[in-house]
Design a protein around this ligand. Sequence first.
Ligand code: SAJ
Length: 442
Amino acid sequence: MSDIAWLRGRIERREVRVAFVGLGYVGLPAACLFADAGLRVLGVDRKADRVQAIADGRSPIEGDEPELGAILARVVESGALVVTTDTAALSTCDVVIVCVDTPVEGDHVPRYEALQAAMRAIGAVLAEGALVIIESTVSPGTCAKKVALWLEAATGGVLGERFHLGHCPERVMPGRLVANMRDMPRVAGGSSPEVAEVMRLLYAFVVRADVDATDLTTAELVKTGENAFRDVQIAFANQLARVCEDAGADFLEVRRLVNRSPGRNVLLAGAGVGGHCIPKDPWLLAGGTSAELPLIAAARAVNDAMPAHVGELAEQALTEVGRALAGAVVAVLGQAYLEGSDDDRNSPTDALRAWLTERGASVRVHDPFVAGFDRDLAAVAAGADALVVMVAHPEYRALDLARLAATMRTRVLVDGRRVIDLAAARAAGLTTRAIGLGRADG
Ligand code: SAJ
């Protein structure tokens, strides 16, 4: 077992040379923050245009990311962060942190091609005794049973002697990339307890919250487990909401009273679950076992069915006002997956749009945060038959309902996030439906 004490010394003396492979929404902010903490950082990405933008002092990450642009310009200007497409430069680094995509496709099987390619490139040039840390989210067992073997094959050496391995799963959130990296607690999984401790020392340069030491597999289980747990929690809220609708009750009131009980925390029912983490990580968790995990699959199915349920509510209300869904014009408010965000990866609105279009409706989508959808809201609503709120953006909490209703052909409103004053909507002449809200008349 090669001693990793040498790395501890270099970290303590701030001489450690850190590399980040993959300069996306995980790797780039991390590289900038480590460089801004005074370390010499090498950034490697295969996309030449991304590398050039960073070398020019510009962030290639879209959307509003507080502090990131200024930090990036500062560390590039000072030379603390150097970026390249050439993986050969990794040979000069003591620590190589890997932040590449680990997508899950339609078959729910994790795809590790990018990760394996990175291991091949890194292993070919990795310095003797260096530490490789995976920040990408992977299924439990991947680091110990796959990544370690890929690196042994590429280096010709053995884990613990030729190189060391860590897993420090990212906890980023678009719109809060820098803040989360500083203030969210992290888990440092090491191929040995000594490696985990060295990781804690390293991440202390950037992370102001706790960094908990553990082993590789536990770290993988923490990340995938925490997001699978959230998915199941949201699915429960969505199921309870369906019961409330049929029972003639209001989910929000039921939730409020349940959550008054100590230790209860029913989350919010809504129009669906999108984003880069929650839809994917439950399948990564499931990838860690050959056992069937019906709860994980069921939660995913429940949450993925919510956009269609919103569509059904719209169809019910349109029918009530004598308008068939086929030929109706539906104005959907919100393209992003989350309020206040411009990120529309796995957006529930995409699923709703498909559901409506398949049934002959014409769909318009508005979103003040997402490029291409930030049109004039009044123009999007004018002549429409139904408004459907899919995202709890601040703008949608303060709609001038009377003004919008006056320009609509038929007047239906469906609230998929429970952010609309439905009494005001009805007073404006709108026929309403809402997730989790039963109807007095059943
Ligand atoms: N959603 C609901 N009901 C809820 C909460 C969320 O329908 O009660 C929906 C949202 O509308 C969105 C999706 O789920 O479409 C995901 O929302 P999210 O709040 O979980 O936001 P994410 O996807 O950015 O989740 C991230 C995760 N953080 C990391 O992976 C580091 C997640 O673990 C965090 O719990 C979450 O942020 C957070 O709490 O902010």
